[in-house]
Write a protein that binds this ligand. Structure first.
Ligand SMILES: [Zn+2]
Ligand SMILES: [Zn+2]
Ligand SMILES: [Zn+2]
Ligand SMILES: [Zn+2]
Ligand SMILES: [Zn+2]
Ligand SMILES: [Zn+2]
Ligand SMILES: [Zn+2]
Length: 402
């Protein structure tokens, strides 16, 4: 089981700033009164040329100009329309905008009185709407508020949630926040855990009607999925048949001879735990060999293999192969460390899983490979390294000479 925190999107907000230029002034024209002129002389003087103004003037605040002296500081042409005053300088509106770089970043034309600022660039509001404003890659409409994005584009939050977020295998709603992923590739909301389903104790699938054909709970508390249950082993006759099959697979690799008179029993979890005397949670099988001797004389020997009832066939075969290798090591009189022993026995499980075309066999094989257990997992990887390097024949020679 893997628990992941899913961060499906980054919430972003599109901020549009409305830029605004300034107050544009219009030249104010006036006419100097002729009547006051003879005695008092002209009352106003042109700010530009310093000469008196006798007739028409242009006024900007308290400053007066001959109309032909009221010129743009940038192009030196007379200003007769909207202008911008900047300290002692005056500009045509267009010249001022050019000077200040107030052009639309989309069409290259001068901006009007107001414009839209987006990501530090300025646009005509029209140009922004038509050519710049981001559009939802799903519905094609412009985005003006919250949005999210990925490598393929930006999206309205609602569009993203409805069409882009992964869907829960159990309830089919989009997944935000925590989710669970099983080894089969299903994902589901974390919140379902423990309420409507758990994971299958055999194949680790997320249990639901959709993913696993439902589930069954055994009397010992184990929950198994509907798919695993279809091939679950409950009867001794089936166990005997599988014992024959697995024995043949082992025999083909030189893993023989197994002693006669092996008894396989199907038990519940509690019985298995009692017999094992430990609480290793993943224990599914156990081998007990009792030998009575008088001195060096073997009076009798009895081999009992206990396996959990209700395991799917594929897993049952894997567990059985593991236990049979314990029997074999005993018959050979081989004593290795616990890690080496369990690792070697797991090679038996590997063998039957490799002989099994089902997807469950593939999953169980993967589980062996990634088992973090220091005895079963580490031991398996150590023995597998030897097997891969030397082959079965040489590995068996090495093991038997321990
Ligand atoms: Zn003048
Ligand atoms: Zn100008
Ligand atoms: Zn434009
Ligand atoms: Zn959309
Ligand atoms: Zn769900
Ligand atoms: Zn299952
Ligand atoms: Zn074992």
């Amino acid at each position: 089981m893997l628990i992941r925190k899913h961060i499906p999107y980054r919430l972003r907000t599109l901020t549009l700033i409305l830029g605004s230029l300034f107050f544009l002034n219009l030249p104010a024209y006036g006419l100097e009164s002729e009547s006051e002129k003879p005695d008092q002389g002209p009352r106003i003087v042109c700010e530009h040329c310093g000469k008196p103004i006798y007739a028409k003037y242009v006024r900007s605040d308290n400053r007066f100009f001959h109309p032909h002296c009221f010129k743009c500081d940038r192009c030196d042409q007379v200003i007769a329309t909207a202008y911008k005053a900047d300290g002692n300088r005056f500009f045509h509106a267009a010249c001022f905008k050019e000077m200040k770089g107030l052009v639309c970043d989309h069409c290259g034309q001068l901006l009007d009185e107001t414009w839209t600022v987006y990501q530090g660039k300025k646009y005509h509001p029209e140009c922004f709407k038509k050519g710049v404003q981001p559009r939802c890659a799903l519905c094609g409409m412009t985005i003006s508020g919250d949005y999210t994005e990925d490598a393929e584009g930006r999206y309205h939050m609602a569009c993203y949630k409805a069409r882009k977020l992964p869907r829960c295998s159990v309830c089919d709603h989009p997944i935000e926040g925590n989710y669970i992923q099983d080894v089969w590739g299903h994902i589901s909301h974390d919140s379902h855990k423990g309420k409507h389903y758990t994971l299958c104790s055999s194949c680790s699938i997320i249990i639901s009607d959709k993913t696993s054909k439902g589930s069954f709970e055994y009397s010992d508390g184990r929950v198994i999925c509907g798919i695993c249950r279809e091939s679950a082993v409950f009867h001794m006759a089936v166990a005997e048949e599988l014992l024959m099959e697995v024995t043949q697979i082992l025999l083909a690799k030189g893993l023989s001879p197994l002693p006669a008179g092996i008894t396989v029993s199907l038990v519940d979890l509690k019985t298995l735990m009692n017999k094992a005397g430990t609480l290793r949670k993943s224990t599914k099988g156990l081998t007990k060999i009792s030998t009575n001797t008088i001195g060096s004389f073997k009076l009798y020997s009895r081999t009992d293999i206990y396996i959990l009832h209700g395991l799917p066939r594929t897993e049952f075969r894997g567990v059985l192969a593991h236990e049979l290798l314990h029997v074999l090591l005993d018959a050979w009189g081989v004593f290795m460390s616990e890690e080496e022993t369990e690792g070697f026995c797991n090679l038996g499980s590997r063998l039957v899983y490799q002989n099994d075309p089902s997807s469950l066999a593939k999953i169980l094989l993967d589980n062996l490979e990634i088992d973090p257990d220091p005895v079963y997992g580490e031991g398996y990887r150590r023995m597998l390294k030897k097997l891969t390097a030397n082959g079965w024949e040489n590995l068996l020679i090495e093991v038997r000479n321990q």
